[in-house]
Design a protein around this ligand. Structure first.
Ligand code: PRP
Ligand code: URA
Length: 214
């Protein structure tokens, strides 16, 4: 599959994003720095991913005169991290859109079967009217992202974007096939999955590295 020809997939080439991802990969990067890098990368990706936010003209009075000026329109954006690791990206997007609402989807991957197990879902209402940005730094087999987006659609979500930092080709293909209507933003496309469904070269376990649990 040639991902660059799929208009629903954006693979970032920006040098700042690439540089920060290289620092994330380094096993010697501390928890504090890892967390900060995830936040910064999410902000850089979010800047591009939100470039089609709808605008409306509203009246503003400058010190000189009244004028019509663009304002972000519509119900507030919903950021929906897939727990746990997706949480690390939320603050970066909130820095751009401080009024966004935040939902949560709890999902953990069985270590042997790699099948995702949902354990929590709370989304801001009315979810059908909002632009939804689902965050998870890692898109490995794609199972977690596919199931999370299935759940959001069951709750009525319609306009969905998915943002990750590192993707494996296997997961990117699976997600784009399962949800062709979802726009996917990828910081870096890696080589492959290993026998434990970890992304190679990857960065290891994103949740453990963000929260310092290993
Ligand atoms: C990781 C990661 C994704 C998932 C990706 O989470 O944050 O959610 O694995 O794998 P997949 O594409 O094969 O589904 P994990 O299940 O380890 O949970 P955690 O975030 O709580 O550590
Ligand atoms: N989840 C992670 O955190 N890392 C991987 O490489 C794969 C799944």
């Amino acid at each position: 599959m040639n991902f660059n020809e799929n208009s629903n997939i954006t693979i970032f080439k920006h040098p700042l994003i690439q540089h920060k991802i290289s620092k994330l990969r380094d096993k010697n990067t501390s928890t504090k720095e890892f967390r900060q890098l995830v936040e910064e990368i999410a902000m850089l990706e979010g800047f591009e991913a939100l470039s089609d936010l709808p605008l409306e003209q509203v009246e503003v009075e400058t010190p000189l005169e009244k004028t019509m000026a663009p304002h972000i329109a519509g119900p507030k954006l919903a950021i929906v991290p897939i727990l746990r690791a997706g949480l690390g990206m939320v603050s970066g997007i909130l820095a751009l859109v401080p009024n966004a609402r935040v939902g949560h989807i709890g999902m953990y991957r069985d270590e042997e079967t790699f099948i995702p197990h949902p354990y929590y879902c709370k989304l801001p209402k009315p979810i059908d009217k909002r632009l939804i940005v689902v965050t998870d730094p890692m898109l490995a087999t794609g199972g977690s992202a596919i199931d999370a987006i299935d759940q959001i659609k069951k709750e009525g979500g319609k306009h969905i974007k998915f943002m990750c930092i590192i993707a494996a080709p296997e997961g990117l293909e699976a997600l784009s096939k399962a949800h062709p209507d979802v726009e996917i933003y990828v910081g870096c496309l890696d080589r492959e999955l290993n026998e434990n469904a970890y992304i190679c070269p990857g960065l290891g376990d994103a949740g453990d590295r963000i929260f310092g649990t290993k």
